[in-house]
Design a protein around this ligand. Sequence first.
Ligand SMILES: [Zn+2]
Length: 247
Amino acid sequence: MPDDNPNLSRHARHLALAQLGAGGQERIGTGTALLIGIGGIGCAAASHLAASGVGHLLLCDFDTVDVTNLGRQTLYGPDDIGKPKAQRAAAGLARLNPDIRITAITERLDDVALANAVHQANVVLDGSDNFATRFQVNDACVAASTCLISGAAIRLEGQLAEFGPDYDTSPCYRCLYKEADESLENCAGNGVLGPVPGTIGTIMAIEALKFLAGIESRRGVLRLFDALSGELRSVVVAKRDDCPACG
Ligand SMILES: [Zn+2]
């Protein structure tokens, strides 16, 4: 069949969805997503956002590719070892979809630079591996009234939660975690099953696409994925009156 409009063809399965349609795909195409951390979670999320035609992806990671990343960070291969993740991810995503804009940010963002990046975005996906970054990203999203989708994975467990953009009513990440929770610290010393972060990143991409398209979703809910049992359960996050970020 002749392909008059490659973009229409690429998104044909989206356009056929009653919940999405041409209007929803149009909103996805004009949307901007900021991804913090392009590891196992970020690679999966970014791949689906790129393939789905999100108009502009901002990829933020100051790390370089290490051989121990290759088992789960699916945008990288052996040739990428030692090179900046954000840059190599941008190259891989441009191959997946050359029609979107991709910006690689390879330096560590201070509060001002992070606030600038968040202001450019409609939705922020945090797949970073440490609490200092998660709290910093949360505070920037609360200040800018930007939707935050935060995810983490370790061993055979993963979790994600979606907050905002109206933080007068929505809880935030600091309502969920007052301080660093050692059990969620990075997977380096704990191990992680390769596809678990990818599963979390994929669900985060679903939530981001729903948000951009204007599809109703439950926010302020923590979803816990147990890869051992294969179960996904939801827990409502209560908004804390004394929250230092959104209270
Ligand atoms: Zn809060």
